[in-house]
Design a protein around this ligand. Sequence first.
Ligand code: NAD
Length: 488
Amino acid sequence: MAAGAKPLIDPAHFPADDGGAYLAPQVLVDVTHDMRVMREESFGPVVGIMKVKDDAEAIALMNDSDYGLTASIWTKDADAAAEIGNHLETGTIFMNRADYLDPALVWTGTKDTGRGPVQPWLSGPDPAQILPSEKGDEMNLRANWSYPTAIKFGAGRISELAEQAQAVGIKRPLLVTDKALAGLPITARALDILDAAGLGRAVFSDVDPNPNEGNMDAGIAVYKAGGHDGVICFGGGSALDLGKMIALMAGQTISVWDLEDIGDWWTRADAGKIAPIIAVPTTAGTGSEVGRAGVLTNSQTHKKKIIFHPKLMPAVTICDPELTVGMPKFITAGTGMDAFAHCLEAYCSPFYHPMSQGIALEGLRLVNEYLPRAYHTPDDLEARAQMMSAAAMGATAFQKGLGAIHSLSHPVGAVYGNHHGTTNAVVMPMVLDFNRPAIETLLGRAADYLGIKGGFDGFRARVIDLRAELGIPQNLSAMGSNAPVWTS
Ligand SMILES: NC(=O)c1ccc[n+]([C@@H]2O[C@H](COP(=O)([O-])OP(=O)(O)OC[C@H]3O[C@@H](n4cnc5c(N)ncnc54)[C@H](O)[C@@H]3O)[C@@H](O)[C@H]2O)c1
């Protein structure tokens, strides 16, 4: 400071250790590169802020140092970060965070030994090695995952639809969607992409909400007449599930009801006759895009049945959050709460499955944090992406089991035709109350993780607040569950 640097923090709040080598926390402005504070090694969280005219000057100044163990780069431009990283003579580079304190990290490489020789996975510049930002900046919300299936995740990745179809051997796909989606630009774009690659633009869209076996039979007829060899399931859970049913049943001789998710009934199917499936979700809730089941309503018995076969897991899923931006607000709300219900019930299910437990807990956090943002700011792509992840996480986690929320919402949906996720949200507080003796401690832990005060009661209050913020009705009558959907 004697050289002219100006402190932004009042040193009185952070007295330095008397006589020690540690400096008190400080942020300095008006510093120049030749000041001692910028050139000498110091022990203490002291930051000097300099303005430079471009990246080249920043790199030159950073490299003009006798030390340089660690550097941090904050940017939304992954290419620029990698380029800077390529030219920095430092041990470890942090991307978009500087708070990672792995005990093994103490001296990770020096200027002399080159970048990250001890722990190269912590260093740049390969973008695959960039440490994720805690804030989840958009630059990081793109990835190729391999479980529970191949997932191409990221904004704009619908452009890969044709190449992914070809990669799994589909030459004449049938794109299955619902009536409303069939008229939207996102569907036209998907068909254009297929058409441009010589895969045609065949569509089947006679799909009801809570689809039934009549929808399936009509779709199978179109599939067979068109000589198709695979299904692209494009839409919300209704279109995804119905597309999966077409792929499953087009080559079978048994009834679809023989494949209900009971014991080993799935072994009754001729697995070799199940067509390849590509899933492209346009809502963020059901997680059907990463599930091995489809929900089909029996229009004779008015019961919703879960139809299961391991080969119903899509061969490839494209999770493109841009596709969800145009959802009606109440569908954003209801589907988001569906993801929350999946995570909540999987988390509370008594079966032993710690992997699912962990996934469910983080899924709850993502919905709690990002669903209000996606609801209020529909084009917030970061919120949309996090919700798309949470949806996939919910369905991955509910291998551990679901509970009374779904036991109630399935029959209600089958009888009254209500939106599934919205119904889940309506019954959620009552089910929490009913299950309280069994889940109180568990939910207390979840509340802590989500940053909600008050344990079980705090969690329950948050559910009520979330529902109110998202315009979700408080009970089934308010939702319009007054007359069955069938007339006979
Ligand atoms: N397979 C599973 O594991 C699973 C899990 C949960 C629910 N489900 C099933 O999924 C179905 C519900 O799916 P859902 O909640 O996604 O709703 P949905 O598929 O019924 O779609 C709801 C409405 O939103 C519209 N829509 C969808 N995406 C849109 C977009 N991007 N822009 C504009 N409009 C859009 C649709 O046209 C439709 O009118 C139910 O049948 C439920 O039983 C299945």
